[in-house]
Design a binder for this molecule. Structure first.
Ligand code: HEC
Length: 131
């Protein structure tokens, strides 16, 4: 029994270590996402979006990961035109908030965006929540 407890202890320690690594990776991803968000050569997002709740060309990014699911954000970042045409409820909500009948058409986002760039951007956007 003692041996079993020991094995369990090691497994638990390994598990929490892995979780710690995950958080560190997300942190590094969020940093890379911020660089990409701010850079003209990157996503150029800053040109049209504040990171607070004020509107610039597009909506402020504060709480955007609360308004949207991960799935919708990934879709929007990868294909704003296609996502703008979809009848997804989050697209309908964006149209309502922006009072537009068409969304996703005027995007100057760098396309195509890689999976890693998309992941990092969402990690960064999720740091913009109201505390
Ligand atoms: C040329 C201006 C422009 C650029 C550059 C741009 N966006 Fe946007 N974005 C908009 C507009 C305008 C909207 C509102 C929907 C519409 O009109 O198409 C929007 C909507 C969004 C939304 C949905 C917001 C909400 O409240 O639902 C997200 C998320 C977003 N943009 C992220 C980004 C990211 C990340 C980048 C950089 C990779 C970026 N945008 C670059 C103009 C821009």
């Amino acid at each position: 029994m003692k041996r079993l407890a020991c094995v369990l202890g090691v497994l638990l320690a390994a598990g929490s270590g892995a979780a710690g690594l995950g958080a560190a990776e997300a942190d590094a991803g969020a940093k890379a996402g911020k660089v990409y968000f701010d850079s003209i050569k990157g996503g150029n997002c800053k040109t049209c979006h504040y990171t607070n709740d004020r509107r610039l060309v597009g909506p402020g990014m504060r709480d955007v990961t609360t308004r949207h699911s991960d799935e919708w954000l990934r879709s929007w970042l990868k294909d704003p035109q296609g996502t703008g045409k979809s009848d997804h409820p989050e697209t309908a909500d964006l149209k309502k908030r922006t009072r537009k009948t068409r969304v996703g058409a005027t995007s100057c986002m760098k396309q195509p965006m890689s999976d890693e760039e998309t992941r990092n951007l969402i990690d960064f956007l999720s740091t913009l929540k109201e505390e």
